[in-house]
Design a protein around this ligand. Structure first.
Ligand SMILES: NC(=O)c1ccc[n+]([C@@H]2O[C@H](COP(=O)([O-])OP(=O)(O)OC[C@H]3O[C@@H](n4cnc5c(N)ncnc54)[C@H](OP(=O)(O)O)[C@@H]3O)[C@@H](O)[C@H]2O)c1
Length: 314
């Protein structure tokens, strides 16, 4: 089985590449910046240049590939619209996959997506899901909530750097998960026929709202957070204004998505059947407490070392 991983430089993609290589799979990565992706080559993956927003670069990539794992998504910093990557580019990839008879396409969508079909980024996911299901290619789709890794820049770093954290008043509960655990399920799905043509929620052990995550970070860092609460109405207004301008379309789409994640909804799911089917034990899944403890432990130790070094040189 030979894998093509799309989005290998991303938060989730890199963990999938790492695990796939550790498990002995031959791994090719579709990357649009060979220099940025060089670390994947050092790990043992083969790099293939292509860009989902430049459709002509795609078809030649699939020689000797049996499975495509697509962990890509448009970056908010890119100048083109998300649709070019998250819909048009991926449809082109699927069409090329059909032609060469790819065995399986693995895709990541969003938990509760059908409730938020009017949100542009969610609607792209839903359209692609429907395209995949009708493509005739065997697929596995995972529904995700949010990643532990995203909480570092959102909460942990601002607390350490004494910067403000902006939250809305709504209490949204999200079962965040470590991307290493997502990678574990993804690789296992390749060995389980019963995961073909199926969709699974893939979420962490416990749900957390912003205030609970902030308290956890405060406790582990020993520093208080500076919290600024913004009303949802203001977030909506800013999104609408940004949406009037060409330059603001990407921002507006991201803010619409941020609104979903601040809506007061629950992004949780019962994982008992998924654990049973994938033959994993919940006890082996990393908790947010442990993940944050490791993170703050490492950072605070390093800060202390730097301080000691500074004092020695004075
Ligand atoms: N993050 C979350 O909390 C979350 C929640 C639910 C679902 N998901 C889904 O999970 C998947 C992984 O998300 P993530 O947060 O790990 O993504 P990410 O860190 O933002 O990484 C995005 C990846 O897509 C690649 N990419 C972007 N535009 C591209 C293009 N034009 N051509 C080729 N590659 C391109 C990026 O390459 P460069 O490095 O070159 O930019 C990068 O490798 C996505 O499908 C996402 O929608 C994520």
């Amino acid at each position: 089985m030979s894998l093509l991983i799309v989005g290998g430089t991303g938060t989730l993609g890199r963990q999938i590449v790492k695990r796939a290589l550790d498990e002995g799979y031959p791994v090719k990565c579709l990357v649009r910046n060979l220099r940025k992706a060089y670390f994947l080559k050092e790990w043992g993956a083969e790099l293939l240049y292509a860009d989902l927003s430049i459709i002509e670069t795609l078809p030649s990539l699939l020689k000797d590939v049996t499975v495509i794992i697509d962990a890509s998504t448009a970056r908010p910093t890119d100048s083109y619209k998300a649709e070019e990557v998250d819909l048009a580019g991926k449809i082109a990839l699927l069409e090329a996959a059909k032609l060469v008879g790819i065995d399986r396409f693995i895709f990541f969508s969003i938990l509760n997506g059908e409730k938020y079909s009017s949100v542009p980024l969610v609607s792209l996911k839903l359209k692609l899901e429907s395209y995949i299901k009708k493509s005739g290619i065997k697929y596995t789709i995972f529904y995700l909530g949010g990643f532990f890794q995203g909480l570092i820049s959102q909460y942990a770093i601002p607390i350490l750097e004494k910067q403000s954290i902006w939250i809305t008043g709504e209490s949204t509960n999200i079962n965040y998960i470590d991307t290493q655990d997502v990678a574990k399920f993804v690789l296992r799905s390749l060995t389980l026929e019963k995961t073909e043509n199926k969709c699974f929620p893939l979420v962490g052990l416990k749900s957390w709202n912003s205030e609970e995550i902030i308290s956890l970070c405060e406790r582990l860092s020993g520093q208080p957070a500076k919290i600024i609460k913004i009303p949802m109405g203001l977030l909506k207004l800013f999104r609408q204004i940004a949406g009037f301008f060409e330059w603001g379309l990407n921002i507006s789409e991201r803010l619409a998505f941020a609104e979903v994640l601040s809506s007061g909804d629950n992004f949780t799911s019962d994982m008992n059947d998924v654990y049973k089917l994938f033959e994993f034990d919940q006890i082996d899944t990393i908790s947010l407490e442990r993940y944050m403890q490791d993170y703050f432990g490492r950072i605070l130790r390093r800060l202390k070392e730097l301080n000691d070094e500074k004092e020695r040189t004075l």
